[in-house]
Design a protein around this ligand. Structure first.
Ligand SMILES: Nc1nc2c(ncn2[C@@H]2O[C@H](COP(=O)(O)OP(=O)(O)OP(=O)(O)O)[C@@H](O)[C@H]2O)c(=O)[nH]1
Ligand SMILES: [Mg+2]
Length: 252
């Protein structure tokens, strides 16, 4: 005959630990702590991203926009060889405006340096030369949108059609259509280039937008806005207009 204490011991050993209320409490606490730590890290990462990157091809007007925005001045600008950074205070945020060089041999290096800090990206387009430069403008925009860091953080993007004071400037809607059509072509070339380099890359992984559909900015996971600006001298012939840019930044 087994004694009563032996039966109890046996029960304790065979009872599934999962039914133990202390175990369940401990598990809940661990899950809660992990959730809090994860949430803290995530919100910290978001808070660390305080930069508004001003990018685009050379001569689009990035530095003049930067000077106008941060110093409210007009200055003669020259091709940038390095970045310009200045604090910018909005009603609910203190941000950094980072004007990046647009020269072909510099732009990727500087963009890589600042991309992880981007709270928003302003892609400046010269509205006068857009038709002539459409391939380069679309290719560089594609490079930015397809960047893994940009894809993972999904900062909002503003396509800013600058130099609107010029009579030959194209409007934002025309530029949006031109860019969507051109990116449609660029993404076919780029994704087949990628596949030929690394056949293991599935075409859907490297594809921007929706498979089987013409490219539209609205298909992207990040918010894309389009607006017009003029950063020029500010006289009657060349009026300055940066309201859309300022409003967009203030909503970041
Ligand atoms: N008419 C007119 N000219 C502009 C406007 N914005 C810039 N410019 C002129 O365009 C030229 C190039 O401007 P930048 O601001 O230096 O161009 P950027 O994009 O910084 O060029 P990089 O530094 O080479 O990347 C300068 O002569 C500016 O005065 C604009 O809104 N209207
Ligand atoms: Mg510049």
């Amino acid at each position: 005959m087994e004694s009563e204490s032996e039966v109890i011991k046996e029960k304790i050993h065979t009872e599934p630990v999962l039914n133990d209320p202390r175990y369940i409490t401990l598990l809940s606490v661990i899950v809660l702590v992990f959730t809090l730590v994860f949430w803290w890290c995530f919100s910290r990462r978001r808070h660390l991203r305080r930069s508004v990157l001003v990018t685009g091809l050379s001569d689009a007007g990035k530095t003049l926009l930067f000077v106008r925005l941060t110093y409210s001045q007009f200055r003669q600008t020259f091709t940038s060889m390095r970045e310009n950074i200045e604090e910018y205070i909005t009603s609910n945020n203190t941000l950094k405006i980072v004007d990046l060089p647009g020269q072909e041999r510099l732009r990727n290096k500087f963009f890589d340096q600042y991309k992880s800090s981007a709270k928003g990206i302003v892609y400046v387009v010269d509205s006068v030369t857009i038709q002539k430069e459409i391939r380069d403008v679309a290719e560089y925009l594609y490079t930015i949108l397809a960047d893994p860091v940009v894809q993972s953080n999904s900062p909002p993007l503003l396509i800013l059609c600058n130099k609107q004071d010029q009579p030959m400037a194209k409007g934002s809607q025309v530029i949006k259509n031109l860019l969507e059509k051109e990116i449609n072509l660029v993404r076919v070339t780029k994704s087949s280039q990628l596949e030929s380099v690394d056949p293991s890359q599935s075409s859907s992984a490297s594809f921007l937008g929706k498979m089987g559909r013409d490219f539209e900015f609205s298909h992207l996971s990040c918010r894309v806005d389009i607006a017009e600006s003029s950063a020029s001298t500010g006289d009657d012939e060349n009026p300055t207009d940066m309201k859309a840019l300022e409003e967009w930044i203030s909503k970041l």
